[in-house]
Design a protein around this ligand. Structure first.
Ligand code: UDX
Length: 446
């Protein structure tokens, strides 16, 4: 099958290379020449294990071509797939400007396509409108085909999907989509366009809600001297609940959850429904980011001149992506309080995203030197498994350690002389029967 893919960001580049691997003829296009030449020469930006190899084998097979939209190319296709960004507007709604220009471009420039396939995340109801506005007159069908790829796991997630959601406007479009995914062993959820769009938002909003819920339980554990690790273990064993997305901490960030939750909230409001639960999720998530500040105030009182190390600036480990990362809210607040902030991240370009007053360091050791407090904001393996005994020696009293991801062993850290604070783990400090500190934390205490 011949597929034209518009947009070569992390979703578009993975989709292009993966469809070529599945035997399709793929033309991947982008409006940015640098993006195209980087991908074509194997310079994959960011951290997507396997993507470089997948692109290389696609290009070598001749089934994958990458080009700028203006380059001359055979642009005939059975399907056009849109993989462009849908960033947040100030209202919280999704900005569909790139999606609209991609559709306009496709109608003018691609011949033979029976349908436009929307991989970009667009609010429920969008597809119906786009189809009526752009495609009906041209006799082109529409398919919503959301992706569920995690950054840093995109290639793995692509080839091991839990489900393939296809919201097709016609039986012919559905048939073509099934042929597109012919080699995937996953249930196909065939539905109407709007329901497919809703599946994507509901999935992200549900996972965000799960995280917010566990954070609220952790906050309560904190007040009652209960152990959140034991509580999540205890509830996660119930298959109706499941143990995934139950890690408490500074909350969710990244390019999807915050944006999609806000967009769903905006969509609800603009359709006359106040989605109270989602509002609370947003509030709880914003609040979690402030926990280290509250702990610092509690321990130090005035924060002027207090030295603090912030470890982890990316929104999660194994990515250099800082979009909507908790540290981006936290660090400016600490600077405002007059704290001397020293930040470190193994991959993110912290200088670009933090206020100039924050000193960006080249290692954990440099960041904690002379610091009276340290905040672990992202659970990078390098940070979690760093030499905490040496860090304690480098630091100054009272050695407050705010573990914003519950990634360290509280007892081991207390023994090293840290004043340990986690999220909902107050009861675990120096507990004698610690049964479920995370495996990384346990490794530290072994
Ligand atoms: C997410 C969805 O998982 C993916 O299906 C969708 O296509 C895009 O958005 P991603 O943003 O890459 O993927 O990150 P993910 O690994 O899901 O984590 C999102 C955020 O939630 C991170 O900030 C992470 O630290 C946080 N998180 C995750 C928690 O705070 N607790 C958890 O238990 C799990």
């Amino acid at each position: 099958m011949k597929v034209v893919i518009l947009g070569l960001g992390y979703v578009g580049s993975v989709a292009s290379a993966a469809f070529a691997r599945s035997g399709h003829e793929v033309l991947g296009l982008d409006i940015n020449r640098e993006v195209v030449s980087n991908l074509a020469s194997g310079n994959v930006v960011g951290f997507e294990p396997g993507l470089k190899e997948l692109l290389a084998s696609g290009l070598a097979s001749g089934r994958l071509r990458l080009a700028h939209v203006d380059d001359p190319a055979d642009r005939s296709a059975d399907l056009v797939m849109v993989c462009v960004g849908t960033p947040s507007l100030a209202s919280g709604g999704a900005n569909l400007a790139y999606v609209r220009s991609a559709l306009e471009w496709a109608i003018r420039n691609v011949s033979g396509a029976s349908a436009v396939v929307m991989k970009s995340t667009v609010p429920p109801g969008t597809g119906k409108r786009l189809k009526a506005q752009f495609l009906d007159a041209a006799g082109i069908g529409y398919v919503s085909n959301p992706e569920f790829l995690r950054e840093g796991n995109a290639v793995h997630d692509w080839f091991h999907p839990d489900r393939i959601v296809i919201g097709a406007s016609s039986p012919i479009a559905l048939k073509r989509m099934k042929a597109l995914y012919h080699d995937m062993e996953a249930p196909v959820v065939a539905t109407d366009v709007t329901s497919a769009e809703m599946i994507k938002y509901a999935a992200n909003a549900f996972l965000a809600t799960k995280i917010a819920f566990v954070n609220e339980i952790a906050n309560l554990c904190e007040r009652l001297d209960a152990h959140i690790d034991d509580v999540t273990h205890g509830i996660g064993l119930d298959p109706r609940i499941g143990s995934n997305y139950l890690r408490p901490g500074l909350g969710y960030g990244g390019s999807c959850f915050p944006k999609d939750v806000r967009a769903l909230d905006f969509l609800s409001t603009s359709n006359g429904h106040s989605f109270e639960l989602l509002r609370s999720v947003i509030t709880v998530n914003n609040r979690q980011r402030l926990l280290p500040l509250l702990a610092l105030r509690e321990v130090f009182g005035a924060l002027q001149g207090v030295k603090v190390a912030v470890l982890g600036i990316a929104f999660k480990p194994d990515t250099d992506d800082t979009r909507d990362a908790p540290a981006l809210d936290l660090v400016p607040l600490l600077v405002e309080e007059g704290m001397e902030v020293r930040a470190y991240d193994p991959a993110a370009d912290a200088r670009k995203v933090l206020p100039p007053e924050a000193k960006v360091c080249g290692s954990v050791a440099e960041a904690v030197e002379g610091a009276q407090a340290v905040v672990l904001a992202t659970e990078w393996r390098e940070i979690v498994s760093s030499d905490w005994a040496a860090a304690a020696r480098r630091m100054a009293p009272p050695r407050l350690l705010f573990d914003g991801r519950n990634a360290l062993d509280p007892d081991a850290m207390a023994r090293l002389g840290f004043e340990y604070r986690g999220v909902g783990r107050r009861g675990t400090i120096l507990a004698t029967s610690n049964t479920s500190a995370g495996s990384m934390g346990r490794a530290l205490s072994d």
